[in-house]
Write a protein that binds this ligand. Structure first.
Ligand code: RFL
Ligand code: PHB
Length: 390
């Protein structure tokens, strides 16, 4: 088996890269360890930056997102019993769309299948060979048989637990990491929206976030112990916690409904450099993780593959390799910007058990600042919609 670009992982990074390459007339094969049903039902992100929306629309996979996603022109910050709005469109001229990541996945899989793209689910024993030689090869098993896939390039889009990153020799890699001592308890509930826009709440009991999925399904999160167990949380206890953290003195209340999904995720910041070695390139969570507070993870994966698909186009169509050579350097500028923003927002919004009363007041002072100073609000809004210059 042979292809131009071998892609490991059918998350947003791998699927979108394969789609963008197809539009340039470049062949790829995508290898995914899970089943199609699994990748199309895993609940993860929800916020798409304007640039992500535009790219999906321009490349013909944005139709359902436009029809079913919700365009939001702002969000609310809740603290000290009050709510203050960040008007994204007034501050930046841009907006965000709330549309679930697994819906993006469904749209991208459908586009690859319609184009008869090579997409193999349920592969196992994936290993990389000769990544800095002349015949980069992916070895894997599929439907009981062993295969060798020879490629010009191998792209590791296999997420934070994938195998690609470790194929870059340790001596050439430097990892940066910060693990947070808290997690997010996430729920999906059958309920009408509690608010027209997302609410990010800072409360002394901990952070909470009110998001949405559709007019009938709502997504909410609250800060928890990452080692806690969802079985410790009855529906009544969850609603009591959300009311305590989100309801405002001005009479806004979280609207309750039937909870049909509960999960806990840990939070960390992580960057692995370099993102390339020989003929291997990493994109998305395979190279970097952000805490979900800034809603950047999926959007960063999109930004990586946008840069990479352009570099591969230049290689194949213009016989230039300079863009491939500088891929890691180019991508890392936006990655570090998003790492800083996600860290800053996480620190400002969460209960930090090691924070002194003085530092807790600083969190409130910072929230007062971003909700009263136009220039501070612009900076936050530009980062949130992904319109910041890097
Ligand atoms: P993915 O989505 O993890 O996909 C990697 C794929 O690779 C497969 N795989 C392998 N395949 C073959 N061989 C192997 N050896 C393999 N090992 C792994 C996996 O099965 C998988 O299908 O990575 P990708 O494509 O880089 O995409 C990254 C995003 O998924 C991630 O950054 C976001 O979900 C993060 N995130 C959010 N991002 C946003 O932009 N906006 C948000 O609002 C947002 N909210 C979130 C989030 C992540 C969350 N969790 C669960 C951590 C909210 C949460 C709660
Ligand atoms: C979501 O809707 O899942 C979501 C929204 C905003 C975030 C993180 C997750 O910052």
């Amino acid at each position: 088996m042979r292809t131009q670009v071998g892609i490991i992982g059918a998350g947003p990074a791998g699927l979108l890269l394969s789609h963008l390459l197809h539009l340039q007339g470049i062949d790829s094969v995508v290898l995914e360890s899970r089943s199609r049903e699994q990748i199309e039902s895993t609940i993860r992100a929800g916020v798409l930056e304007q640039g992500t929306m535009d790219l999906l629309t321009e490349t013909g996979v944005g139709e359902r997102m436009k029809a079913e996603g919700a365009l939001h022109h702002g969000f609310e910050l809740a603290f000290e019993g009050k709510r203050r709005r960040i008007d994204l469109t007034d501050l930046t001229g841009k907006a965000i769309t709330v549309y679930a990541q697994h819906e993006v996945i469904k749209d991208l899989v459908a586009a690859r299948v319609a184009a008869q793209g090579a997409l193999h689910f349920g592969v196992s024993d994936v290993s990389l060979h000769d990544i800095d030689g002349t015949t980069p090869t992916i070895r894997f098993r599929h439907e009981g048989e062993a295969h060798d896939l020879q490629c010009d390039f191998i792209i590791g889009c296999d997420g934070s637990q994938g195998i690609s990153r470790n194929s870059i020799p340790e001596a050439l890699r430097r990892d940066y990491q910060r693990v947070y001592p808290f997690g997010w308890f996430g729920i999906l509930a059958e309920a009408p929206p509690s608010s027209d826009e997302l609410i990010y709440a800072r409360h002394e009991r901990g952070f909470a976030l009110v998001s949405t999925r559709s007019p009938n399904v709502q997504r909410m999160y609250f800060q928890c112990d990452p080692k806690d167990n969802v079985d410790n949380w009855s529906d009544d206890r969850i609603w009591a916690e959300l009311h305590a953290r989100v309801d405002s003195d001005e009479g806004h209340k979280v609207v309750e409904g039937k909870i049909f999904q509960k999960n806990i995720v840990g939070m960390r910041s992580f960057v692995s450099t370099t993102m390339q070695h020989g003929r291997l390139f990493l994109a998305g969570d395979a190279a970097h993780i952000v805490p979900p507070t800034g809603a950047k993870g999926l959007n960063l994966a999109v930004s990586d593959v946008r840069i990479l698909s352009d570099a591969l186009r230049a290689f194949y169509k213009e016989d230039r390799s300079d863009k491939l050579e500088s891929y890691s350097e180019t991508a890392l500028k936006r990655i570090w910007r998003a790492e800083h923003f996600s860290y800053w927002m996480t620190r400002m919004m969460h209960r930090l058990d090691d924070a002194s009363p003085f530092e807790q007041q600083l969190q409130v002072a910072e929230l007062e600042h971003v909700t009263t100073s136009r220039s501070a609000a612009i900076s936050m809004a530009e980062n949130y919609v992904g319109a910041v210059a890097v």
